[in-house]
Design a binder for this molecule. Structure first.
Ligand code: MTE
Length: 314
């Protein structure tokens, strides 16, 4: 993502993925304590405690592609609240307390509310959706998410006719999220969607992956997954949802408006100012593959952008 100073370099910017993996394996085998901490953060929680994971049904739109391994999905992360290195979230996110958790919904809605996670989950049947996630940095994964459509959650708060956009905010707590002590971004992390994007049936509230509760490093207890947009639009560990008449400014756009636009649709025809977006490395694969327009979800979402110049609205 944005590179401001050498200390803000993310590891993928400087380290090829295989070298990163070898180094990680070495660290894990050598440092039993660190290894235990990483394993503990993934496995210690009772996965069935808050989610009805035994009742998850296959959902629509799943990609028929080989899934990325659980280990890669949960150890190669971007979650700058826990550090800018890809391995930082798995090492530090166990500090995040996700139970209890509440989400405040405000702005242009008939029914503003503060809901516990349990209130949010209760009416929704969980589905598994195997979606691609493609990062602006040029890597991608195929992840079996567990969640439910954001549209179903939004309808419960009855947005008014003035609600044109919806803005999301991650928890802001420097004690639990040590990365927030550095001004890498203007915290808290914020993202936004146009209402029709938020209401699109592909847009998911994810609460789990691989049939398990979402690990903290992947955005527990709830995050967005917007599969046709670059990964940074898929905001993690959400505590606020605000319906607005005006377009919100997301954290990455605020940090570098020329590099990260509001739409951030995966688009191989529009280069990032500093690198091409034509190809991507699927984590776990050696050769790069072609990046697909809208990350391969064009059939479902291209109509949202009819008539828009996607070079201007990048
Ligand atoms: N959400 C928050 N709050 N903070 C972050 O740093 N990183 C984003 C996104 N959501 C980020 C975030 C980026 S850049 C990506 S690519 C995805 O999360 C990565 O999700 P994953 O770690 O589950 O693969």
């Amino acid at each position: 993502m944005l590179i401001k100073t050498p200390t803000d370099l993310s590891e993928s910017d400087v380290t090829p993925y295989e070298i990163y993996r070898q180094r990680r394996r070495f660290l894990q085998s050598g440092l039993a304590i660190a290894g235990a901490a990483i394993g503990g953060s993934l496995l210690s929680r009772d996965a069935s405690a808050r989610l009805e994971l035994d009742r998850v049904k296959p959902g629509p739109y799943s990609a028929d592609e080989e899934k990325t391994s659980y280990e890669d999905i949960t150890s190669y992360n971007n979650f700058y609240e826990f550090g800018v290195d890809k391995s930082d979230p798995a090492r530090h996110a166990h500090k995040l307390v996700t139970d209890p958790w509440s989400v405040t919904v405000t702005g242009e809605v008939e029914k503003p509310a503060t809901c516990t996670l349990e209130d949010i989950l209760r009416p929704h049947a969980l589905e598994e959706r195997i979606y691609r996630l493609r990062c602006v940095e040029g890597w991608s994964m195929v992840i079996p998410w567990v969640g439910f459509p954001l549209a179903d959650l939004i309808k419960r708060f009855q947005p008014t006719s003035k609600a044109k956009y919806v803005e999301f905010e991650t928890l802001y707590d420097k004690k639990q999220m040590p990365g927030q002590r550095r001004r890498v971004l203007d915290w808290p992390y914020r993202e936004g969607l146009r209402m029709d994007e938020a209401m699109h049936p592909l847009t998911l509230v994810a609460v789990g992956l691989y049939g398990k509760e979402l690990p903290n490093q992947n955005g527990a207890p709830l995050r967005l997954v917007v599969p046709w947009k670059y990964g940074f639009k898929s905001i993690k560990s959400i505590v606020k949802i605000r319906f607005r008449e005006t377009q919100p400014t997301s954290s990455w756009t605020r940090a570098a408006p020329r590099e990260y636009g509001f739409y951030s649709n995966v688009n191989p025809n529009v280069s990032h100012p500093r690198w091409s977006q034509k190809r991507e490395r699927r984590i776990g694969e050696f050769l790069k593959r072609k990046t697909l327009m809208f990350n391969g979800y064009g059939e479902q979402v291209a109509s949202l952008y009819t008539g828009m110049d996607l070079k201007k609205y990048f």
